[in-house]
Design a binder for this molecule. Sequence first.
Ligand SMILES: Cc1ncc(COP(=O)(O)O)c(C=O)c1O
Length: 412
Amino acid sequence: MKLYEFTKSYQLFEEAQQYVPNGIYGPRTPTFLTFGSYPAFIHRGEGCRIWDVDGNEYIDYMCSFGTNLLGLKHPKIDAAAKKQWENADCFTLPSDLWLPLAKKIVGTIDNVDWCVFGKNGSDVTSYAITLARIFTGKMDILLAAGSYHGSHFWCQPHGQGVPDEWKTHIHYFEYNNADDFKRVLTEHQGTVAGVMLTPHRHDAMRDQELPAKEFVETVNTLAAKEGFMVIIDDVRCGFRLELAGSAKHYGFNADIQCFGKAMANGYAISVAAARKELKDAAKNIFFTGTHFFSGVPFAAALACIDEIKASGAIEYIRKSGTTLMEGLKQAAQAHGLQVSITGPPAMPYMTFADDPLFEINRFFCGQAARRGIFFHPHHNWFVCAAMTESDIQKTIDVASVCFKLTKEKIGG
Ligand SMILES: Cc1ncc(COP(=O)(O)O)c(C=O)c1O
């Protein structure tokens, strides 16, 4: 097989550095991948496939970092979006899909009575901590160290230029460690407004961890006893594990739940939803954005939620992901490599044994990318409903070739 070349991608990336700091910023930069073995710019996509600016085709296991759930250019979602687009997108006031979507969210997500809409996940995670603070009259927010909740000042992981004061009331504990959670709670006894948790641990550059039963029970019990809010950040997992939300899936008694990414199959919209007791407090929050009200994503979200349900996409993705995980495990073993494949099948991640700096992973994923399989060496992957059995099989076949090359490279 001829290996992919990225001539145009890297020419454009080079040129982009003149006009944009670092050319591309955030986790989309090729420097967060295996530099030189991945494209920098994508030209088009369809279903589970993307084509880069050099014309190379990939089965995309990043699914646009999670937004692509049903397949790019999904005919039903795009038809709904187009119908709204024909009426125009951005109005002076919200479109008439505002109320239908609010009703749909409340009718779909477990244990919520109302919701608000934003554009990005960060909008609604910031909203959620503000709501918890107003409702409880307290300021402290507990986060698991290493969990990602967005790019806003209170939670961004490594940006410079952010005053320490933004994080004054943020305190950290170890995910899944009930004792450490109790420790941080005791240290801030009486001042905790809420804990924000991803439904399971899906931090970059580490194996994923499902929430331990004891941890879930500890969070639920202490929240009920102490009166702090349980905020589930379902931005990445939402609509992939269970339609009613990942809080229900894993048994968290969530007070506030945040969604984004997959809820409109790639159209820009996010939502925070909560139970009725918090609604009066919510009336005091200043929350807005020029594009929060644009109608097209609302149409896409309505169609997307209906289609996830009607098509059985969540179960299909679970099965495809299970086949993928099993196939990769066997292929790695066949080449004498020890890998750890973790997380729910809808969003697996693979690491190699004895690879603390992810060099082996970068080599493997780079080889896969040059053969048309877009994995990520540092971030969990996503499975989408447009992946067929033969796409999964092709992926395993390519991975097998790449495991062989990896074994040759590391020796042993
Ligand atoms: C768990 C989680 N929360 C919040 C966010 C922030 O979402 P956005 O990038 O849409 O602001 C992300 C984005 O990756 C995420 O994965």
